[in-house]
Design a protein around this ligand. Structure first.
Ligand code: ADP
Ligand code: ADP
Length: 220
C-alpha cells in the first residue's frame, strides 16, 4: 500500500468495552486526514494504536511499509521516535527547556549531536516565525508561540506522519489559525501524513478527507 501509516482490521477491547471494532485507515504522504467522532467513540485509542503506544487485540499497523504492532516494546518505541511526530492540545513541551531545546529533543533522543540538533531546531523556529523567542521557556511565551514550537518539534526529525490531537483546541481563533496553517503547510509541503483529531468542523474542512468514528467503527 502507498500509505505512510496503514492500520488494517484494528480491534481493541478494554474489558467488555470494544473501543475499536475492525477499523481500517490509511494516511498517504502529504495527506491530511481529519478524525472526528463523539467523546468515547475511540479516537484516542485509534491514535494510540496507530502510534504503537498500545497494541491492538487484532489487526496490523504498518509505518512506511514496516509492521510495527508485533515489534518488541523497545523496537516499537524506537520506530515511534524516528518515524512519528505528535502534537497534543496543549502543555506537553518540557517546561525546564527553552523552545529551541524542546524542538531539538527528538534529534538528541535519536543520536544527533547537540550542535546539529540545535542548528536544525533554530532553522525550523525561524520558518515558523518564532526565532525571536527561541531561548525562552514555554511559560515565557504565548500559547500560540508554544504550540508553534510543538509543531516544530513534531517536524524536526522529518517523520513519516504526525498525529495531532486537538492541536488548536486550547487557542483563540487567531492563534488557532496560525498553528493549523503551520501544520497543514508542513504536512503538505514536506509529504508528511497528518492525522488530525478534531471536534471542530471548521478545522476538519481544511483536511483532504474526513473519517468519523462511532462506537469504535469508522463511518464514511
Ligand atoms: P475518544 O478519544 O473518542 O473520546 P477513547 O478512545 O478515549 O475515545 O475511548 C473509547 C472507549 O474506550 C471509551 O468507552 C473509553 O471509556 C474506553 N477506554 C479508553 N481507554 C481506556 C482504558 N485505558 N481503560 C478502559 N477503558 C478505556
Ligand atoms: P479525549 O478527550 O482526547 O478523547 P480522554 O480524556 O477520553 O481523551 O482520554 C484520555 C486518556 O485516558 C486516553 O489515553 C484514554 O485511553 C484514557 N482513558 C479513556 N477512558 C478511560 C477509562 N474508562 N479508563 C481508563 N483510561 C481511560
Amino acid at each position: 500500500s502507498e500509505g505512510v501509516v496503514v492500520g488494517a482490521g484494528l480491534t481493541k477491547h478494554f474489558g467488555t468495552t470494544k473501543a475499536l471494532d475492525e477499523v481500517s485507515i490509511s494516511v498517504r504522504p502529504g495527506e491530511v486526514v481529519a478524525l472526528m467522532g463523539p467523546s468515547g467513540s475511540g479516537k484516542s485509542t485509534l491514535l494510540h494504536v496507530l502510534a504503537g503506544i498500545i497494541p491492538p487485540d487484532a489487526g496490523s499497523v504498518h509505518v512506511r511499509g514496516r509492521r510495527i504492532d508485533d515489534m518488541s516494546e523497545r523496537r516499537r518505541s524506537s520506530a515511534r521516535l524516528r518515524e512519528l511526530g505528535f502534537v497534543f492540545q496543549f502543555g506537553d513541551l518540557v517546561p525546564e527547556l527553552s523552545l529551541a531545546e524542546n524542538v531539538a529533543l527528538p534529534l538528541l533522543l535519536t543520536g544527533s549531536s547537540r550542535r546539529a540538533a540545535m542548528a536544525q531546531a533554530t532553522e525550523l523556529l525561524a520558518e515558523l516565525e518564532i526565532a525571536g523567542v527561541a531561548s525562552r521557556r514555554p511559560a515565557e511565551v504565548s500559547g500560540g508561540q508554544a504550540q508553534r514550537a510543538a509543531v516544530a518539534r513534531a517536524l524536526v526529525h522529518q517523520p513519516a506522519a504526525i498525529f495531532a490531537d486537538e492541536p488548536t483546541g486550547a487557542l483563540d481563533s487567531v492563534n488557532g489559525d496560525i498553528v493549523l496553517t503551520a501544520l497543514l503547510d508542513a504536512a503538505r509541503g514536506r509529504g508528511i501524513g497528518l492525522l488530525l483529531v478534531t471536534h471542530d468542523a471548521r478545522v476538519a474542512a481544511h483536511a483532504d478527507r474526513e473519517c468519523i468514528l462511532r462506537d469504535g467503527k469508522l463511518a464514511g
